[in-house]
Design a protein around this ligand. Structure first.
Ligand code: NAP
Length: 292
């Protein structure tokens, strides 16, 4: 039995689909809202919440391999993540043999609030006593989905750090690597740094969406002070925001084109244009934008 946590997420939903299509092992999909999921045939759905550690026992019972992810927002320096370590703990107690855990690009490397948080997450996985594989992807192509509402309403699209390039990756490619590490041997102790096939800015990604949609879309890069005020109001700790800015504005991390996806999967990673075509319905305007 393979358990997929975050089974309604960008990576987890794809992973459930790919594992079910491969049909090599029984699959269990974990969500806090089992009623919200329409799983592929044969996939068992289980309720599980990282805020309810006692209830995780049921989700992990009888599981041999598990995909672990957490959407817990990064806390400030000194605060430790709870969600991923609880999933690791539940997996270890249930006798899971191997876990594949979703981390971030460069994992816990560095000396800022994000590195400290991610370091705790990776340490929980690598120190668990189970077999483990870490996935360290860069920016997700699916982040562009956050722009859909603005695109529905007009041609001007505000995007923080609109001109920061990255080799963004299709979550389905991350899921394909996860599926490989869950279903074949030889991945214990690997930390796979993952990128997409091209380096693009969000402005360039918006231009690709504009062409596919047949609409003129213009990216607006808001002043840093505005981004800062919005994010702090939204609950992002100040030192996490500062770390984000240092990593985004003051560094080129995440701009390397890495061979990992192609080496592991035997095919190149998905381009943004291909990802966008597959998700175009999310961006289509119902009727004309209000100002036209
Ligand atoms: N976005 C990026 O550019 C990027 C880049 C590198 C790494 N990452 C990492 O990728 C992860 C996000 O992955 P994603 O985009 O696939 O996630 P996502 O689409 O945001 O989905 C979040 C998932 O987390 C689950 N979840 C939320 N709260 C939970 C809880 N209390 N207990 C159990 N499950 C919970 C949700 O399940 P239910 O709501 O159904 O329960 C959902 O399936 C984060 O760890 C992030 O650090 C993201």
């Amino acid at each position: 039995m393979i358990l997929v946590t975050g089974a309604t997420g960008h990576v987890g939903a794809e992973l459930v689909r790919q594992l079910a299509a491969a049909g090599t092992s029984p699959i269990r999909a974990m969500t806090r809202r089992p009623e919200s999921i329409d799983p592929p045939p044969g996939v068992e759905v289980v309720k599980g919440d990282a805020d309810d550690p006692a209830g995780l026992h049921h989700a992990f019972a009888g599981v041999e391999r598990a995909f672990l992810m957490s959407a817990q927002p990064t806390g400030p320096r000194g605060e430790r993540p709870t969600h991923l370590p609880r999933l690791v703990d539940a997996a270890a107690r249930a006798g899971v043999a191997h876990v594949v855990a979703l981390s971030v690009f460069s994992g816990g490397e560095g000396d800022d609030a994000i590195a400290e948080w991610c370091g705790h997450i990776e340490d929980a996985v690598t120190g668990s006593g189970m077999g483990w594989t870490l996935l360290r992807p860069g920016r997700f192509m699916s982040n562009a989905l956050h722009l859909a509402r603005q695109i529905h309403h007009g041609d001007q699209v505000t995007i923080p750090f609109a001109n920061r390039p990255a080799a963004s990756i299709d979550p389905a490619d991350i899921a394909a690597v996860a599926a490989l590490a869950l279903t074949t041997d030889g991945h214990h102790g690997a930390a796979y740094q993952l990128s997409g096939p091209e380096v693009l800015t969000p402005t360039e990604e918006l231009a690709i969406l504009a062409e596919l949609l047949g609409r003129p879309l213009r990216a607006i890069d808001p002043p840093l002070d505005t981004v800062r005020a919005g994010m702090l109001r939204g609950g992002v700790p100040e030192d996490v925001f500062d770390a984000m800015v240092a990593r985004t504005v003051g560094s080129d991390v995440g701009t390397e084109l890495l061979p990992t996806v192609a080496e592991l999967l035997g095919r190149p990673p998905t381009t943004f244009a291909r990802w966008a075509r597959a998700h175009l319905d999310h961006f289509r305007t119902e009727g004309k934008p209000a100002h036209v």
